[in-house]
Design a protein around this ligand. Structure first.
Ligand SMILES: *Cc1c(COP(=O)(O)O)cnc(C)c1O
Length: 364
């Protein structure tokens, strides 16, 4: 079977280095906080190009804590794209604010920058652009709308490690950014982990407090916070992997380039790259009106595929009370029936990519 992603291959390519880092943590028995976590935060803020990196338990918490740090909650509205993983809208609801869905662009599948303004009300406080599948949104347009209406921009970078926009890294393009290091992401830990990035000192302090029981220092609780921390074992793994991130993104782009050039089948369209955006290809997402048949065919030919996502956010059961129809989000409604993710991972050997292409091109 050709897998969608191969975490075992990645571990084996770095085994000695990762094992050494993990034993160092275990030998020191400093499992929460401490120098491994601090080192990773420093390297990652340097890598992305933001002043502060605050680690936390996972990407969903990163979004929620940032919203809280900006004092967003009951009575507020936050704009989110109609296509994302549920964490984006869930984080908004968890603060007591209301996620307001905006349809996605029909070519690039990220929040449609040209219609965002229609969804702004006097309650709107923030926009969460999601750099879906690894492709950065048009941040010039979004930032222009945001500054005109005095909105906070929190980038959801869970799928966009190492992606960039006009030479600047995803995560450095708004007021703050949330990353997930879930194992299957481009930069993944050996369990759950996440982080928040910002240049704003006050937001960084508040986010750090919220993530650690409202403490500014031990036993000084300025507020009630929560427990959302990255552990040292995850930080040690991430520090090793971070050194390879640029190379991995480059490999993903090479594979994507090969797919884009070689896949040639009238039933299938390949993803478009936004001109100013350096797509990191967390996922390589095809489109086809014959998706179900292609999935079956690939499965028979031992090639894994997946659907990200079979239902756009507004059409999930948890939002059924809002009674949305396909007409409310026409692009998202169409996309959910057509998208298909095919194998892409940095360690993927050329024979595998060739086999994927040959099979797709034979499909009829
Ligand atoms: C994975 C993901 C998240 C959530 O990250 P977790 O670490 O799993 O909580 C948020 N947003 C998007 C777009 C994601 O893909």
């Amino acid at each position: 079977m050709i897998p969608l992603n191969d975490l075992i291959a990645q571990y084996h390519s770095l085994k000695a280095e990762i094992d050494r880092a993990l034993s160092e943590v275990i030998d020191g028995a400093n499992f929460i906080g401490g120098s491994f976590v601090k080192d990773f935060e420093e390297s990652y803020s340097g890598y992305i190009g933001k002043k502060h990196c605050i680690s936390c338990g996972n990407g969903t918490d990163a979004l929620e804590i940032l919203l809280q740090a900006f004092d967003i909650g009951p009575g507020d509205e936050v704009l989110v794209p109609a296509v994302s993983w549920i964490a984006t809208s869930e984080a908004v609801s968890s603060t007591g604010a209301v996620p307001v869905f905006v349809d996605v662009d029909k070519h690039y599948y990220t929040i449609d920058e040209d219609i965002v303004e229609r969804y702004i009300s006097e309650r709107t406080r923030a926009i969460i652009p999601v750099h879906l599948y690894g492709q950065v949104c048009d941040m010039d347009k979004l930032n222009r709308v945001a500054s005109k209406h005095n909105l906070i921009v929190i980038e959801d970078c869970a799928q966009a490690h190492g992606a960039s926009w006009k030479g600047k890294k995803a995560g450095s393009l708004g007021h703050a950014a949330a990353f997930s290091f879930y194992p299957g992401k481009i930069l993944g830990a050996f369990g759950d982990a996440g982080c928040m990035l910002t240049d704003m000192d006050e937001i960084a302090d508040r986010a750090r407090m919220i993530a650690n029981h409202g403490q500014i220092k031990k036993h000084h609780h300025l507020m009630e916070g929560r427990n959302s921390r990255m552990d040292a074992l995850q930080a040690a793994v991430l520090s090793v992997k971070l050194k390879y991130l640029d190379h991995w993104v480059e490999r993903r782009r090479e594979i994507a380039g090969y797919y884009r050039e070689q896949i040639n089948n009238k039933f299938i369209s390949v993803p478009r790259e936004r001109p100013d955006s350096r797509h990191a290809y967390h996922l390589f997402v095809l489109r086809s009106t014959k998706r179900a048949q292609i999935r079956d065919y690939l499965h028979k030919n031992k090639i894994q595929s997946a659907v990200h996502y079979p239902r756009a956010l507004p059409f999930l059961d948890c939002y059924s009370g809002r009674n949305y129809t396909a007409d409310d989000f026409p692009n998202a409604a169409k996309l959910q029936n057509e998208v298909l993710s095919i194998p892409i991972f940095p360690e993927m050997p050329p024979e595998m990519t060739r086999e994927v292409v040959e099979n797709l091109n034979y499909f009829e």
